[in-house]
Design a binder for this molecule. Structure first.
Ligand SMILES: Cc1ncc(C[n+]2csc(CCOP(=O)(O)OP(=O)(O)O)c2C)c(N)n1
Ligand SMILES: [Mg+2]
Length: 888
């Protein structure tokens, strides 16, 4: 019998109570562990008998930690309550004042109002800062709670009143505060950009994993430090929030603590009006192997729960949907009595001696420091898996008429009445004037509150958040050490991907920097020919290799090691970006200059994980992103979803991303060597995107004098065979070969001379030209400067035909400086499954198409016979009447 049984607790009640009694006796005599063992054995027996009980992933709607197991609060509760009141006030005041001054400037009051206790218990008792050589905790703060973090820093004396009064005014000559956590904007303060929902959770998981990686590779010492992530309950709907939970449990990341601020609301309304977000999250996290701690009810509920012998209170707590729970926070004590307790007459008796006002004041768990403290303590002490704390709070807690309302998220200003009630509710001890105006207020340095707060932080090592990059020693390998790749492949066909892999293998052996390199791969190593790297440095496996790989006898066996260097992430580009970001910011967070090289299928890069790349830039991340299998016509066979013709367009949108489209392996060597130098030696905050292709061809020797051109974006690769060129051909990536073939055809068949240029980066050329042009615009009385693109093209005449395996808009970026000379061929439109020859013909980027573009343009300029040009289309079998590939 395999059917699932429907459990009917009412059936055979007598017999069931006998079993329960027997169990109670076992519990008493054997203790909790003994009772658990017996239950597990009975459950096993039931399975053997073919009985399949429904999986039990959620527990009653109660606190996970029973009162009897709580420890007393170690701090001065009354004092901390006053400090909370000050932080609350200032967080509210900074948003309130700014919106009075500058209507519509925005900011959030409600998110932090619900999170105050969650943050403050952490600040006063748990969050460890780094001091001397002691590394601190990492905290991912809920982005919309930033006013609270600023308000605390103000009380700590790290920020001034001027800072608070310039919240969201960053461009006024006085130091302002950025809206949300942005290390780019406040590099000494924020460590982690968190405001794009879902990114903090995934980043925190991969950060905790990367911490273990560094420990297991002996690059940092092992410490009990933690990664805390404060997450909104609405935020858990983002796939990135929940998508990597099993990695955290699989890797036993007990250095990771999620705190989900369960105020049951998101921006528009309830997170699960008709359901129950806490139960849902409990089941998901528990099912994923996390330690779950629910903090639902505050201390005021304890005596009621203790007196409830009928179990009805627990039943009532669990049977509501979240839409109903929201009403209890809004409608006051009489309503709570009538609707919550009144459902069962027995429950009304429980609260008979409690006034309506007191009923309304019964706190939820997330607002009770005692409950929050105990949950944090358990989480910190827990071993073997990550912990999630599901803390029940009220959105807009204390924000007068906005509390728990659907619109509370957007509330920016309080009315006079709300201000007064806010102050009264939290008993905020501030002067009358500040209270009336709603302006920031800080007690004096020697006040008991500030003294207490400073002492707590002193004991925990200092202030948080704090981003403190330190100088580090770094020797980039000199260009000469790449001689092998400068020399060319001696006619052997090699792809730029293969060339890159061999450069990476070389770097991994480098005595100075080899150990800092982190190769990251999302299940694509074989596609890129990276198997030798698996063998060379091993795949990081925190458990080591617990099996004998079947291919152990082979040279390139699948090698996993506890101190393996490569991160084989499986099929998750988002997760790989999590690792890339952790590694690429390790120079600041761990003071170790880790150098990530993340190679991925380019089509599944920028357009899939673009927001994570943006956050990497915000975090001042470094490293190399390698968009392999690049190009809409070079990746043959795969078709529409695989062929990438636009990553370079997206790359140019990220201000700190230097992007390149190299044709030859020596160009890659030059770019990587310079990148290491700039990012790690000169400590520029930028990262690289390099397009890598899988077409093999002979790699030439590096011509003299082209290093600067490679780095700046263009150099003349082959001048016209004899005589002065009438036309200039630009090519990038493998399409450079098409330009070279076109150069031959033009010379031999049509007696037209052309120069061929390798354009390694239209993006970099445009940025430089824009910067130069801006300078010229701002300095009309000074001699004009010339953009590099014009200096490089000095003396090169005639039309310019630019051919690329990317969209036409990539070369077109230079149009403003090329005075109508530019004609672009590119791969706009959806890809197709076919081979390179047919793809290039379809997208009109073949050598023949380049020739025709040149002749056509020369004919229009009256420098080539038009009829002859028209005839040449037939000679070269270039169709003039096919459908435009851009719309095909
Ligand atoms: C990716 C993304 N989408 C949308 C938003 C806009 N947004 C900001 S806060 C918010 C609601 C947050 O709700 P929740 O996570 O429950 O946090 P709470 O404020 O309730 O604590 C939304 C939709 C965002 N910041 N990021
Ligand atoms: Mg919420």
């Amino acid at each position: 019998m395999n059917a699932k049984l429907a459990i009917q607790p009412e059936a055979r009640l007598d017999e069931i109570s006998e079993w329960i009694e027997a169990f109670d006796q076992v519990l008493e005599s054997e203790g909790r562990q003994g009772a658990a063992n017996i239950l597990a054995a009975v459950s096993r027996r039931a399975t053997e008998a073919g009985i399949h009980l429904p999986a039990q992933l959620s527990t009653p709607y109660m606190n996970t930690i029973p009162v009897a197991e709580e420890v007393p609060y170690p701090g001065d509760l009354a004092m901390e309550r006053r400090i909370n009141a000050f932080v609350r006030w200032n967080a509210m005041a900074m948003v309130h004042c700014q919106n009075k001054k500058d209507a519509g400037i925005g900011g959030h009051i409600s998110t932090y109002s619900s999170a105050v206790t969650l943050f403050e218990v952490g600040f006063n008792h748990f969050f460890r800062a780094s001091y001397d050589d002691q590394p601190g905790d990492f905290i991912y703060f809920q982005g919309h709670a930033s006013p609270g973090v600023y308000a605390r820093a103000f009380l700590e004396g790290r920020l001034t009143k001027e800072h608070l009064l310039n919240f969201r005014h960053e461009l006024r000559g006085t130091p302002g505060l950025s809206s949300y956590p942005h290390p780019w904007l406040m590099p000494g303060f924020w460590q982690f950009p968190t405001v794009s929902m879902g990114l903090a959770p995934i980043h925190a998981i991969y950060q905790a994993r990367f911490m273990r990686y560094l420990e297991n590779r002996n690059l940092i010492v092992k410490t009990p430090r933690k990664v805390w992530a404060f997450v909104g309950d609405g935020e858990t709907d983002e796939p990135e929030s929940m998508g990597s939970l099993t990695l955290a449990s699989r890797e036993k990341l007990d250095n990771l603590i999620f705190v989900v601020n369960c105020n049951l609301q998101r921006l528009d309304g309830p997170v699960r009006g008709n359901g129950n977000i806490i139960d849902e999250l409990e089941a998901a996290f528990r099912g994923a192997g996390w330690n779950v701690i629910k903090v639902i009810w505050g201390c005021e509920w304890d005596p009621l729960i203790a007196r409830d012998k009928s179990g009805l209170l627990a039943k009532r707590m669990g049977e509501l949907v979240d839409g109903e729970r929201q009403s209890f926070a809004i409608k006051g004590g009489a309503y709570i009595r009538k609707v919550f307790f009144g459902k069962y007459p027995e429950l009304l008796k429980l609260v008979a001696d409690i006034s309506d006002d007191d009923l309304a004041r019964m706190r939820l768990g997330g607002h009770d420091p005692q409950k929050v403290y105990n949950a944090y303590k358990r989480a910190v002490e827990h071993r073997g898996s990550p912990t999630v704390i599901l803390a029940r709070t009220v959105k807009g807690f204390g924000v007068g008429s906005a509390e728990a309302r659907n619109a509370t998220h957007q509330e920016k200003k309080l009315t006079d009445k709300d201000l007064a009630s806010f102050r009264a509710r939290f008993d905020i001890p501030i002067p009358e004037q500040a209270a009336h105006d709603g302006t920031p207020f800080r007690p004096s340095d020697d006040s008991p509150e500030i003294t207490y707060l400073q002492e707590r932080r002193r004991r925990l090592g200092g202030y948080l958040p704090s981003r403190e990059p330190r100088p580090f020693q770094f020797e980039a390998p000199p260009l000469e050490s790449f001689a092998e790749w400068m020399a060319g492949s001696k006619d052997r066909p090699v792809s730029t991907t293969m060339g890159f892999v061999s450069i990476l293998r070389h770097l991994l052996k480098d005595a100075n920097i080899g150990k800092f390199i982190v190769p990251i791969i999302p299940d694509e190593a074989r596609t890129f020919g990276m198997e030798p790297i698996i063998r060379q440095v091993g795949i990081y496996a925190s458990q080591g290799q617990q099996y004998e790989p079947y291919d152990k006898g082979m040279l390139l066996y699948y090698r996993e090691e506890k101190d393996g260097q490569m991160l084989e992430e499986g099929i998750t580009e988002a997760g790989s970006m999590g690792s890339f970001t952790a590694a690429g910011t390790a120079y600041a967070n761990y003071h170790v200059p880790m150098i990530p090289f993340f190679s991925f299928y380019s089509m599944f890069g920028f357009q899939r994980v673009g927001d994570l790349i943006w956050a990497l830039a915000d975090a001042r991340g470094k490293g190399f992103l390698l968009g392999a299998t690049a190009g809409r016509t070079t990746l043959s066979g795969e078709g529409l979803q695989h062929q990438d013709g636009h990553s370079l367009v997206l790359a140019t949108t990220v201000p700190t991303c230097a992007s390149y489209d190299p044709a030859f392996v020596y160009e890659i060597a030059v770019i990587i060597q310079d990148g290491l130098q700039r990012m790690y030696r000169e400590r520029e905050d930028l990262f690289y995107y390099i397009a890598l292709y899988n077409e093999g061809y002979a790699m030439p020797q590096m011509p003299d004098g082209c290093r600067e051109g490679i780095l700046r974006g263009i150099y003349r690769y082959r001048t016209a065979p004899d005589g002065k060129a009438a036309v200039q051909l630009f090519g990038s990536g493998p399409i450079l070969n098409e330009a070279l073939r076109a150069q031959d055809i033009l010379a031999k068949k049509y007696d037209v001379r052309a120069d061929v240029w390798s354009v390694t980066s239209y993006n970099q050329l445009r940025r430089e030209a824009l910067a130069t042009e801006r300078w010229n615009r701002l300095h009309p009385s000074e001699p004009e400067k010339r953009p590099y693109i014009l200096t490089a093209l000095e003396g090169a005449e005639g039309p310019i035909i630019a051919a690329t395996d990317y969209m036409k808009i990539v070369p077109d970026q230079l149009a403003p400086w090329l005075a109508g000379r530019l004609l672009t061929l590119g791969t706009d439109g959806f890809g197709r499954s076919d081979n390179r020859e047919f793809l290039r013909r379809h997208f009109e980027v073949s050598a023949e198409s380049i020739v025709m573009a040149a002749l056509s343009r020369l004919a229009r300029e009256g420098r080539f016979d038009a009829a002859r040009a028209q005839k040449a289309f037939q000679e070269l079998a270039v169709s003039t009447e096919t459908i435009d590939p851009a719309t095909a």
